[in-house]
Design a protein around this ligand. Sequence first.
Ligand SMILES: C[S@@+](CC[C@H](N)C(=O)[O-])C[C@H]1O[C@@H](n2cnc3c(N)ncnc32)[C@H](O)[C@@H]1O
Length: 245
Amino acid sequence: MQLQHRMFQRRVGRYLEKLCIENEIERHTKISREHLTPELQLHLLTPDCPLYTARETQIPRYFREPFWSIYWPGGQVLARYILDEGSRFLRGLSAAKVLDVGAGCGAAAIAAKIAGADDVLANDIDKVACVAAIKNAKLNGVKIRTSTNDLIGRELPENFDFVLIGDLLYDEIIATRLEDWLEKYVSNTENPLTEIYVADPGRHGLSDTLRRRLVHRRTYRLPKNVCRENYGYNEAAVWKYLPRS
Ligand SMILES: C[S@@+](CC[C@H](N)C(=O)[O-])C[C@H]1O[C@@H](n2cnc3c(N)ncnc32)[C@H](O)[C@@H]1O
C-alpha cells in the first residue's frame, strides 16, 4: 500500500510539474511562424518576448537552459527538407518510424509526422523540451511521442527507419559522442535501411571525419531574422550519413 501510495504521489507530482512547465511556456514564449517553415506554428522565445533580453536573475526556473525555445538553423533546414520532400522523404514506407535526437522544440519530428510518418519519437534530455515538443505538435494538429533518455552512446531501444539530427554539433563533446555513436550503433541497427540525416549551419563540431561520411542533400538560405539571431550563419545544409560498408 505504501509503495502504491508513493507511486501515486510521484505520478501526481510529475503531472503537476508538466502543467507548470506548460504554463511557463505559454507565459514566456510567442507562437511564431517567423522561420524557414512558416507552415509550422511553434512556441518560441523570440526577440520581442521580454525574457529574450532578461537578466540572469530574472530568468524563471524552466528557462535556465532554454535550448528548446530557439528553433536552430539545423532544425529549420531539416524540417524544411522533410516538408519539401513530403511522402518521398519516407521512401513510401507505410508505417515509418522516426527518431529525432536532440529534438528541442520538436519541429523536425513534427515535420516527419506531417510528411506521413506513422510513429515519431522526439528525444531530448531536457524534460522541458519534451513538454514543448508535445505542445508544439498539438498546435500543429499531430501527435508525437517523447523520451528524455540519453540515447547517444547506446544501442537504440527500438528500430527506426529514420534518425534525424538537427543542430547537435554545437559543442565538441557532444559532437564527438555523436560521431562515435553513429559509427557504432545507429548504422549497425537491426534495420539495415535506417536512414540518418544530419543538418547543420557549419558549426565547429562538424569534423572532417564526420564530413567525409556525409552526402550533401540540400542547402537552404535562412530568413533574415534567423541570420540576425544566429550571429552570421546565413545558410545551413542537410546531409545524409553514410555508414561504412
Ligand atoms: C542546439 S539544440 C537543437 C534543437 C533542435 N534539433 C533544433 O535544431 O532546433 C540541441 C538540443 O539537444 C538537446 N541535447 C543535448 N544533449 C542531448 C543528448 N545527449 N540527447 C538528446 N538531446 C540532447 C538539448 O537539450 C537541446 O534541446
